[in-house]
Design a protein around this ligand. Structure first.
Ligand SMILES: [Zn+2]
Length: 334
């Protein structure tokens, strides 16, 4: 009976829990595993080496989990969690907030950068002003934000998409979101470690709003920021909907192009493998923003081949990352 009988599908997770995964999901996972093997071979790795044998499986599992938002519908999350605000006069809601504003702050999320496929961290603050006495369970604001984080993303688009989706489902007076995003520098790997002035994170602060939050200068935004209570936030530096910015991803900076030229030629087979991964995740690799993504990701991978990166990366990941500052180009809250 289909994919569960042939023994090729081992859904046993590392903690020993069996997971029921659909045949479609298994097909995608197998395709990603094959593509990851191509990338490892391209880096000169022995894919049968003990420490690396299960890596393609783990990478495929992590990528599918990290992009499961493509399969989720906001409507399914919201529809059973909308309820009428009780104990209030008609048309005036407080919903536990101030002046009608309801906020959930400091949601820790991560997403994958659509320009280079590296993960980036997100601190998410989201809120809305109810209308028609419709309120949504607070946990659902988090769930809906996560649906859009778990896709290949760009900060401003993610903010816009969360706002639009919540506005459509709740039909509130307005929705507001602020995202604090951190992306590792790319692919100028050496300078991250060797240059003490070079900061390892590229930061961006974005906002988006609908309804009463459509106007960036509306009083509702003042209420929102006072409730979110950022320390030292520079509101004027928040990147708002409609601002022009070609890409926040450092893989597209002039510096990265300069460093990338040292990498040499990039294998077309590896680029094709990455494009197939993007397709397996449920995306269209020919979408404008994704066209150059496979080659940028492979360029980043090639840095692993040409330096003693492992030791440095371990030191980097074990070191403190809390006191990081931004470079001059990014939008910044600290
Ligand atoms: Zn990126």
């Amino acid at each position: 009976m289909g994919c569960y009988d042939d023994g090729s599908f081992n859904a046993e997770l590392e903690n020993g829990v069996n997971s029921i995964i659909s045949c479609e999901e298994e097909g995608k996972r197998a395709a990603i595993e094959d593509a990851v093997k191509v990338l490892l071979l391209g880096l000169g790795e022995d894919i049968n080496r003990e420490g690396i044998r299960k890596t393609p499986f783990r990478v495929a599992k992590a990528l599918l989990e990290g992009t499961r938002g493509y399969k989720q519908k906001v409507k399914d999350i919201v529809e059973d969690a909308l309820f009428p605000e009780v104990g209030l006069d008609d048309g005036v809601g407080h919903a536990g907030g101030v002046g009608g504003l309801v906020i959930v702050r400091d949601l820790d999320l991560f997403s994958y950068c659509e320009s280079c496929l590296l993960p980036f961290q997100i601190k998410c603050h989201v809120g809305y002003v109810p209308s028609g006495q419709r309120v949504l369970g607070l946990s659902k604001l988090s769930r809906v934000s996560e649906v859009f984080a778990k896709r290949l993303q760009e900060p401003q688009r993610m903010g816009d998409e969360v706002c639009a989706a919540l506005h459509q489902e709740i039909k509130p007076a307005g929705v507001a979101i602020v995202l604090q995003c951190k992306h590792i520098h790319f692919p100028d790997v050496e300078s991250v470690f060797d240059d003490s002035n070079h900061q390892p994170w590229f930061k961006m602060l974005v906002s988006s709003g609908t309804g009463v939050f459509e106007n960036k200068n509306a009083d509702e935004w003042t209420d929102f920021y006072s409730l979110v209570n950022f320390r030292g936030i520079k509101v004027e530096k928040v990147h708002a909907k409609g601002s022009s910015d070609p890409s926040w991803c450092p893989s597209q900076s002039p510096l990265s192009a300069k460093v990338s030229s040292k990498v040499g030629s990039i294998s077309p087979v590896m680029i094709t493998a990455v494009a197939s991964i993007i397709k397996s995740l449920g995306e269209d690799p020919s979408r404008d923003e994704l066209v150059g993504t496979p080659s940028r990701f492979v360029r980043w991978l090639m840095n692993f081949q040409t330096s003693n990166f492992d030791t440095k990366l371990n030191n980097f990941l074990l070191g403190g990352t809390d006191s990081l500052n931004t470079n001059g180009e990014s939008n910044e809250e600290e």
